[in-house]
Design a protein around this ligand. Structure first.
Ligand SMILES: [Zn+2]
Ligand SMILES: [Zn+2]
Length: 400
C-alpha cells in the first residue's frame, strides 16, 4: 500500500523534530496538574500543524486534537491515540546534556517520550494525502497518581463532546525498559494492575519499655498485622490469580525505652481482577481490625482507591498485532506472557471504548539491563522514538 511506505519515509523525515522536542520536554519536566509549559508546547505544535484542538482540559493542562479523515469524516471511524505529559518528584542523575533543569523533578517515567511520539504521529498523519479514519489525539495530565485519564474521560474526551466525533477505539503505549529495543509487546485481558493504597494507624497505649504490662504495645500488634497481611496473598487468593500486598513504610516511636502510643503504616495493594481487588480490600480490613483488637489495639484504616485494572480488549489488540507485524515482522511483536503489577490510568479509557495499551521496548540489544522507570537514571531511549511514531501513525492511518 502506498500509504504504508509513505508513512515510513515521513517518520524518518520527522525524527529530528521529534527528538529535539523530547529533549526540550525532558529539560523542562512538570509535576502532575502543573504541566503548563508542556501543555502549551503541545498546543503550539498542533497549531503549527493546523490541527483543530482544545486545551485547558482535566484541571487545565489536558489537550485534545482532531485530525479528520480525508473523505467523509462524518461516517469514518475515530481512532484515539493517547499520551501522558507529567513528570515525577525525583532528582535526575542521568547526566544527559538535556537533563532536567528543575531540581527534584524529572521525566523518570518517559512521558516526555510518549508526548513527543504522539506529536510525531500527528506530524506524519497531517502530511498524508489519504486518511481513512478520524484521529483523536489525547494529551492528558497527571498519570502519576492524579487520575488525569479519568478526568479526560469525565470531561468527554472520548464522547465527541469536546471536539471531533465519538471515539471508536483507543491506543496508548509505554516505554518499557525490560523489553528489547525494536520490539513491541502486549496481551489481551489484564496488562496492568489496580493500584489501591492504604494508610493504617494502629493505636495502643504508650508506656515505659521496661513495663510492657502497663502499656498496650502497638509495635508488637503491627508486626503481627504485617505478617498476617501476607496470608491474603498466600491463603485467600486463588494461586492462579495474582495479588501484591506491600507495607512500604512504618513509623513509630523515637526512643529505645519508650513504647509509643501508635504506629503508622503505609502501603499498596495490587490486583489484576475486579473481584480480587474487592476480596483483597475486604480481607485487608478484616485482618487489620481483627489482629489489632486481639492485641488490645485499635486500627484506623484510610483506604485510597487507585486506578482500576488496565484491561486490553481483544479486537484492538488483534488489530495492533496485525499492523505491528506488517511493520516490523512477526518476531518483534511479542505476546507479553504476564501482566505487570504496576498501574496506569489508561485503564479509564478502556472502560469507555475498546482499548489496547502496548509496551515499546527500550533496552538496547545485547544490554543486560536498562535503568528502570521511576529511578533517577532512567531516560526514555531516543532510539525507540521512530518505532513509537510509526506504530501510532499506522494505527491511525490503517483502514479499520
Ligand atoms: Zn510512572
Ligand atoms: Zn508512566
Amino acid at each position: 500500500m502506498l500509504t504504508q511506505a509513505r508513512i515510513e519515509s515521513l517518520v524518518a523525515e520527522e525524527m529530528a523534530h521529534v527528538r529535539a522536542l523530547r529533549h526540550d520536554l525532558h529539560r523542562h519536566p512538570e509535576l502532575m496538574f502543573q504541566e503548563k509549559r508542556t501543555s502549551e508546547c503541545v498546543r503550539r505544535e498542533l497549531e503549527e500543524l493546523g490541527i483543530e484542538h482544545v486545551s485547558g482540559l482535566a484541571g487545565g493542562t489536558g489537550v485534545l486534537g482532531v485530525i479528520p479523515a480525508t473523505s467523509d469524516p462524518g461516517s469514518a471511524p475515530t481512532i484515539a491515540l493517547r499520551a501522558d505529559m507529567d513528570a515525577l518528584p525525583i532528582h535526575e542523575a542521568t547526566g544527559a546534556p538535556y537533563a532536567s533543569q528543575t531540581p527534584g523533578v524529572m521525566h523518570a517515567c518517559g512521558h516526555d517520550g510518549h508526548t513527543a511520539i504522539l506529536i510525531g504521529a500527528a506530524r506524519v498523519l497531517s502530511r498524508l494525502s489519504e486518511r481513512p479514519n478520524n484521529v483523536m489525539l489525547v494529551f492528558q495530565p497527571a498519570e502519576e497518581g492524579g487520575f488525569g485519564g479519568e478526568k479526560m474521560c469525565a470531561e468527554g474526551a472520548l464522547s465527541g463532546k469536546v471536539c471531533g466525533r465519538p471515539v471508536d477505539e483507543i491506543y496508548g503505549l509505554h516505554g518499557w525498559p525490560m523489553n528489547e529495543l525494536g520490539t513491541v509487546s502486549t496481551r489481551v485481558g489484564p496488562l496492568l494492575a489496580a493500584t489501591d493504597e492504604f494508610v493504617l494507624t494502629v493505636t495502643g497505649k504508650g508506656g515505659h519499655a521496661a513495663a510492657p504490662h502497663h502499656a498496650v504495645d502497638p509495635v508488637l500488634a503491627s508486626a503481627h498485622i504485617i505478617t498476617a497481611l501476607q496470608s491474603i496473598v498466600a491463603r485467600r487468593v486463588n494461586p492462579m490469580d495474582s495479588v501484591v500486598v506491600t507495607v512500604a513504610a512504618i513509623h513509630a516511636g523515637e526512643a529505645n525505652n519508650v513504647i509509643p502510643d501508635s504506629v503508622e503504616m503505609r502501603g499498596t495493594i495490587r490486583a489484576l481482577r475486579h473481584e480480587t481487588r474487592s476480596l483483597a480490600e475486604r480481607e485487608f480490613r478484616r485482618i487489620v481490625t481483627g489482629v489489632a483488637s486481639s492485641f488490645g489495639c485499635e486500627a484506623e484504616i484510610q483506604w485510597l482507591a487507585g486506578y482500576p485494572v488496565t484491561v486490553n480488549h481483544e479486537a484492538p489488540v488483534e488489530r495492533f498485532r496485525a499492523i505491528a507485524r506488517r511493520a516490523i515482522g512477526e518476531a518483534r511483536v511479542i505476546d507479553e506472557p504476564f501482566p505487570t503489577m504496576g498501574g496506569e490510568d489508561f485503564a479509564y479509557y478502556g472502560q469507555h471504548v475498546p482499548a489496547c495499551f502496548f509496551l515499546l521496548g527500550l533496552k538496547p540489544k545485547g544490554a543486560s539491563s536498562y535503568p528502570l522507570v521511576h529511578t533517577p537514571r532512567f531516560d526514555f531511549n531516543d532510539d525507540a522514538l521512530p518505532l513509537g511514531v510509526e506504530l501510532m501513525a499506522r494505527l491511525a492511518a490503517t483502514p479499520r
